[in-house]
Structure formats: structure tokens, C-alpha cells
Ligand binder design. Structure first.
Ligand code: ATP
Ligand code: MG
Length: 153
């Protein structure tokens, strides 16, 4: 388990950008963190790094938001998900494996039992008002390499 400390929203966004620049087709990122911990801030950075065309926004009533770009971004916001069947009915596997984009899942703990294939898990822990610990947990070799890249320079 590896982690970095972010001291303000800009640092979280910058770290997201770095992640976005290093992602590959069909990559999956599972984000876990309390309300207001900075999940969306990190995803906005990922969108920037990926070069998606419109800025990533905060949640609405849609569970899956699509952003077009060189690698499209599929932002799952599962805050309002009531059960795993709901996301199964939305055809989440299609987004994971068939669309050649990047999937980033906010509130990924809500579909935890479905995430039994390689992905990068990111936990955001609130230390105080501005400080966050961003914890990276890789599941699979491609994500282990990604984490090495993210922390090495
Ligand atoms: N180091 C930090 N990194 C990220 N956000 C920070 C940091 N310090 C303070 N903040 C503030 O915390 C809030 C994070 O909001 P954001 O919408 O990104 O969180 P979230 O985890 O997506 O919340 P929600 O659970 O409501 O979707 C913002 O108001 C931001 O300014
Ligand atoms: Mg959010």
C-alpha cells in the first residue's frame, strides 16, 4: 500500500492529472472516500490529464456520465445507488470491457463485490480541513506498474 499527502484541492487535482496522463484503454479506477473528501476533485484532474473535452462536473441524478476525448471517460457516481443489481442493469460491464475508455467509479464501495478483476483502488482519507491522504492499492500487474509510475517522479 502506497500513499501521498495532498495539502489542498489543487494538489489533488494535479495528482489526478498525472493519473489521467498514464491511463490506458479499459482502465478502471475505484474511488472510496467520505462526503467531501475530494473524489470529484481527483476525477476532474483525471479528466484534464486524459484530455476530455468538457470539464467533469459534480453529481446529478445520473449514475453514469460520459465525457468524450482521446480516451473517453466514464464517470460512475454511485452515491444514489441503492443495490448492486441497479448497476448491473445499467450494463456496467459494457463500460468496463467494451468501450475502450477509462472508468472512474465514485463510491466504488457500493459495488465492491462486482470489482473482482484488475483495477486501481484509491482511498481518500481526510486528515484535516485541507490535508488528504491518497492511498493507492493496485489489483493486477498493469496497475502495479501504474502506481510505480505515479510515485516515482
Ligand atoms: N486536499 C484537498 N483535496 C481535495 N479537496 C479538498 C482538499 N482540501 C480541501 N478540499 C475541499 O474538499 C471538497 C472536496 O469536494 P469534492 O466534491 O471533490 O468531494 P467528493 O468526495 O467528490 O464529495 P461527494 O462525496 O459529495 O461527492 C472541496 O470543497 C475542496 O475544496
Ligand atoms: Mg463527488
Amino acid at each position: 500500500m502506497l500513499s501521498i499527502i495532498s495539502k489542498n484541492p489543487e494538489e489533488t487535482q494535479k495528482f489526478g492529472e498525472k493519473i489521467g496522463k498514464n491511463l490506458f484503454p479499459n482502465s478502471i479506477i475505484a474511488l472510496i472516500g467520505k462526503l467531501g473528501s475530494g473524489k470529484t476533485t481527483l476525477i476532474q484532474g483525471i479528466g484534464e490529464g486524459l484530455g476530455v473535452l468538457s470539464p467533469v462536473k459534480s453529481p446529478s441524478f445520473t449514475l453514469i456520465h460520459e465525457y468524450q476525448g482521446p480516451l473517453p471517460l466514464y464517470h460512475f457516481d454511485l452515491y444514489r445507488l441503492t443495490c448492486e443489481e441497479e448497476i448491473e442493469h445499467l450494463g456496467y460491464e459494457e463500460y468496463f470491457f467494451k468501450k475502450r475508455g477509462v472508468v472512474v467509479i465514485e463510491w466504488a464501495d457500493k459495488m465492491e463485490s462486482l470489482l473482482n478483476f484488475p483495477h486501481l483502488k484509491i482511498k481518500i482519507r481526510m486528515i484535516d480541513f485541507f490535508q488528504r491522504e491518497i492511498i493507492l492499492i493496485s489489483r493486477g500487474i498493469a496497475y502495479k506498474k501504474l502506481v510505480e509510475k505515479l510515485l516515482n517522479h
